[in-house]
Structure formats: C-alpha cells, structure tokens
Design a protein around this ligand. Structure first.
Ligand code: SF4
Length: 414
C-alpha cells in the first residue's frame, strides 16, 4: 500500500473533495503521512481564486515536486490552468481520479466494512467484493480475495432503499463489476442493471469499473442493457492498462488489446454518444519503448474521454516487485508524454460539446455559487450562479454548453 501526503487550499468545496479522496484512499488501505518527504505520492489540491494564490500554488507544486517521487495536482488550478504545471513532473487530474492515480492501477477496494452510503443525492451501492484476476502488480487482491457476489435481489433491495432515502444517482461499485456473479457460475451484471433500472423513482445509474476481460464475454448483452435503459449513464470504465499485448501478458491481465477493442465496438454499435474511461499504467518493468508507443497509439486511436494515468511503482509481495524496474527518468518522460496526449484528447472531446444542449442531473454543489452536473454520458458540466438561476442539487434540467476546460464543460440553463 502507498503512503501519501495531501495539501488542500481554497474553499470548503475543495476541502470536501479532499476528504472524499482521503476516504477512498483509506478504504484502499493507503496511509497518510505528515510531510511529503516520507510519502510515495504527494497530492496538491489547488485553488486559483486570485493571482497571489495562483503564484503560491505554483511555488508549492515546485517544492512538492522536489520533495517527493510522485506528485499529483488536482483542484481548480489543475483543471482550469493545467498549462501552469506543464514544465513540472506532475500528473494533473480531476479530483475524482486522484485515488486511481495513487493506487498503482489496482482496482478500487471494497473493504469488508463497505456499506451502501448516501452522500448528498449520490447513493454508493457496492454490489460485490473481490475480483477474479491475479494481476502481477496488484496488492489489493491479497486483502479482498476472490469475488463474492450477493444475490441480485439483495442488491436491488439496497438500490431501492437508497432511492427511497433520496438518491438521485446510484453508483454501482465493486472491484470489478464485470465479474459480478461469476462465483455463482453465472454472469449476472446485465440482469442486475436491468432490475436496478426498474426500481420506482427518478434516478440515474453509473456503472463502476469493469475490467475488459470480465466484460468481453457479455459485451453484446451489456451494451443492449445500456441501450434500453435511459437510467444508465452511457459511461463505461474499462481499464486497458497498456496498449501492448506483451505488457498485458506480463501484467497477467485477463484481456488482450483485440478484446478491449471488441468491447468498445459493441458499445459503439449501440450507443450514439457514450463516454469511455480507461486507466493506463506507465513504466511497467517490462515496458519497452515500442510498448509505450503502442499505448500512445491505442489512446490516440480510441480516444477515451477520460484517461487515468498511473506511473508504475512496486508493491511489496507482488510478482512485479521482483522484476527489474525501469529508471525513474524514463517513467517520468513516458508519463509526461501520455499526460500531454490525454489533455489533448480530453480537451478535444469537451470542446466538441460547446453549443450542444444536454439533459443533466445536478449532483453536487461546486465552488462558490456553482453546481456540478452530469449529462447523459456522465460528463461533468458546471453551472455558475446556480442560486440566481434557481438551480439546486437533485434537479434535472437542459443546459446549453457554453465553454469548456480539458475535463469538464460550463453550461447555462437552456
Ligand atoms: S483485477 Fe487485477 S488489479 Fe484489479 S483487484 Fe483484481 S488482481 Fe487487482
């Protein structure tokens, strides 16, 4: 497990987001340390309210970069002025992606004490614990074991309770949602999603991470479920981890690139607009220059709207920890090149939305008087002056997209 140091600047919204980052890191077994020099990863949650703050953020990022092996910068300045950190060896990401960036490519952990939680209008619905894989870099699997899937009826009942308690967005989570039911000999994810969508009430459903290996065998059926249920966000998180079959084999991933492509094609066939999110580990010990190039080419071709990049680091007790690693400078160079590509791909996708109108659900309060919304494909849209415009958390409304940043858009009620 990793050690992390986190610093938060700015408003209460930023502090709330840092609390959520910490909760997810704690759940995954990572430990907070005081001071960047003791940490595997330093996290800087930035603010950019005035020019002086901006200068302070930049200076602090430089200090943290010098003090730690790995720096993740998130928050308003990272998203709105990412170019300010371009010359630093830092990974920029949306705060929601910080836990993934820290966890070395391992799947999110549902710990034994994980329970359904209502957080504002967002209901967290863990459907199973554990996975069916044996990835060579993963330490999480030692803690959580093989997949253990409660019956469909039990999960639907929990979904109903969350909706009854006020959930407008249900987040279906698990270490690998794609293998739900495998321990019982059946692939039950499509049935589960259909039945959750049938629950009475007005809500949306976000499917959490599903490994391509688990989804491949049910890709047609699963894409059909998305096509017939408006409640499901058209958002699929398929961590590919590398664009090279050789690296995937060394990682002991259960898919190959062709299978990943086939899953993407099944969703492309059935959905007009959907968001593909993926994760990539950069600098795996066996990754050659050509392997890295294949990863870059895959991302450039498939163009996922969300890309979580993790720089490989060894976890004790894993087989990958015994492999001869790549040098830090090489990993930094590759990570920087991939981050540049990610920013280009993500910015292009969001710029393409400007001028369109989307139906959104308001899921959270944002900075100042803004609110954060999600459209049909789970893309984040920020509406400012929310109170003046009579827009509140839980509302569903049409917004016209007026501007964009790399990983989110701004919109106005249409
Ligand atoms: S799928 Fe792989 S990375 Fe994810 S928890 Fe299982 S072994 Fe770990």
């Amino acid at each position: 497990m990793a050690t992390y140091h986190i610093e938060t600047y700015g408003c209460t919204s930023n502090r709330g987001e840092s609390r959520q980052i910490e909760r997810r890191l704690r759940d995954a077994g990572h430990h907070r340390v005081e001071g960047p020099d003791e940490a595997d990863v330093a996290i800087l949650n930035t603010c950019t309210v005035v020019e002086k703050t901006e200068r302070n953020m930049r200076r602090r990022a430089e200090e943290l970069e010098a003090a730690t092996a790995d720096l993740v910068v998130t928050g308003c300045m990272a998203l709105a002025q990412g170019e300010q950190f371009e010359d630093l060896d830092a990974r920029l990401c949306h705060w929601e992606d910080v836990p993934t960036a820290v966890t070395n490519g391992e799947c999110p952990t549902t710990t034994p004490d994980t329970e359904p939680v209502l957080d504002g209008v967002v209901g967290i619905l863990p459907i199973a614990r554990g996975c069916m894989s044996n990835c060579s870099y993963c330490i999480t699997k030692f803690a959580t074991g093989r997949v253990d899937s409660p019956p469909v009826a039990a999960n639907v009942e929990t979904a109903r309770a969350l909706v009854h308690a006020g959930a407008r967005e249900l987040r279906v989570t698990g270490q690998d949602t794609g293998v739900y039911g495998w321990d019982t000999g059946e692939r039950k994810l499509p049935e589960l999603l259909d039945r959750i969508c049938d629950v009475d009430g007005e809500f949306r459903v976000r499917l959490g991470m599903a490994n391509p290996g688990g989804v491949h065998g049910i890709r047609e059926e699963l894409a059909d479920v998305f096509a017939r249920n408006d409640e499901l966000y058209d958002f699929v998180h398929l961590p590919v981890q590398s664009g090279s079959d050789d690296v995937l084999e060394a990682m002991r991933r259960q898919h190959r690139i062709e299978e990943f492509r086939e899953v993407v094609a099944a969703f492309d066939d059935r959905l007009d607009h959907w968001t593909l999110a993926t994760d990539v580990i950069v600098g795996f010990p066996t990754e050659t220059r050509a392997d890295h190039q294949q990863s870059m080419e895959l991302l450039g071709e498939v163009r996922p709207e969300r890309i979580n990049i993790t720089r490989f680091s060894k976890r004790p007790g894993t087989d990958a920890a015994d492999m001869q690693g790549l040098g830090g400078t090489l990993k930094k160079e590759r990570s920087k090149a991939m981050t540049d590509l990610k920013m280009e791909v993500c910015r292009e996708a969001h710029a393409g939305m400007v001028g369109d109108t989307h139906e959104v659900l308001v899921v959270r309060e944002g900075t100042g008087d803004s609110v954060k919304c999600r459209d049909e494909a789970y893309r984040q849209i920020v509406v400012t002056d929310a109170e003046e415009r009579g827009v509140a958390v839980g509302d569903v409304l049409d917004v016209e997209i007026t501007a964009n940043e790399a990983v989110y858009c701004f919109g106005e009620p249409a």
